[in-house]
Design a protein around this ligand. Sequence first.
Ligand SMILES: Cc1ncc(COP(=O)(O)O)c(C=O)c1O
Length: 375
Amino acid sequence: MNLMKIKYLNFTEQWKEEKKDLLPIINKILESGDYVGVNASEVVAFQKKLKNIFSRSAVTVNSGTDALTFGMYAIGIRRGDEVITTSNSYIASTSTIVHLGAKPIFVEVLPNQNIDPSKIEKAITKKTKAIMAVHLTGRSCDMSSIVRIANKYNLKIIEDCAQAFGSKFKGKLCGTFGDVACFSTHPLKNFNGMGDGGFIIFKDAKNAKLISKLRNHGLKNRDEADFFGFNSRLDNIQAGILNFRLKTLKKIIKKRRENAKYYYRNLDKRFVFCPPETKNEFNTYHLFVIQVPERDSLQKYLKLKGIESFIHYPRPIHLQKMFKKQIFLLKNTENQSKRILSIPIHHNLTKKHLKYVSDSINNFYGKKNTNFRTF
Ligand SMILES: Cc1ncc(COP(=O)(O)O)c(C=O)c1O
């Protein structure tokens, strides 16, 4: 095998693809002088498009983190409330709960890394206010079970959709199950801008009205505020890029799904566990995570082979020092964190690249003996 260089993501290639069409759009926004403002043309158009896609009210903000903070605030998460969620997520899922004065209660995950619904009921107390379902890696959580439990105990549902734009559960879009759904359009996401960004999808249009003001200093017009708010506006250039990229996203997701299919078919299942896509899921493969023995050695080996990979996330949140005094028994989460590896899946990968990645992983284990067979 000749050495190849395979980047985890390839923004340079993406820009080359888009430059001809996107540069005039950015130029037009720059020439308009309409850069920031909740009524900026591209921002307004983007919100309208989101409303059509989700059939719910949408509010843009300037990050997925703000989407979570404002989204949870809108549905009434306050000091002393408990929010049930998972620990193997990006830190913002939990930090936003904490910043609202609420308490994250972590429960275990399934082999597919998403929340294990069978563990939720035991974690419910008098203080439980909501369940936060993180659709990690682009795979939907089991929303039938989560909605059933939330209805039974009168709990709110927050969907952290930062990694799951376009993902579905039983044919229904992620983001349309909960009271609120929070998205990130950070450059690393499948549906990405070229800077920070995010948006919130609300079940109740009244909450959208509240957050539209909260993200813009509480202002109801240029000079009058209804309350003290924040500055969390999506800027017009990001909105313009996102409006453009909405048109190409289907193709990107399709290619990511084809890449995933290739990996499922070609990675050696004796050594590599990739949680299969079930008939209920439409996975958009924000990440393609393999679960493997000797993960760190494999990662080093892939680096020598010129293949970039990452770990999402090496340290579960409950093991961060902020939880030093609080013990959560999360064996599955901790075991998974030692075995997971995200391999390249972006849409610029060719068959040759995919073969090179699969062969490299299979060769790493093939050279060793069957002690690796742990599944
Ligand atoms: C699961 C999850 N939640 C929340 C966030 C926060 O989004 P942002 O980086 O846009 O603030 C991210 C982004 O990395 C994420 O992956």
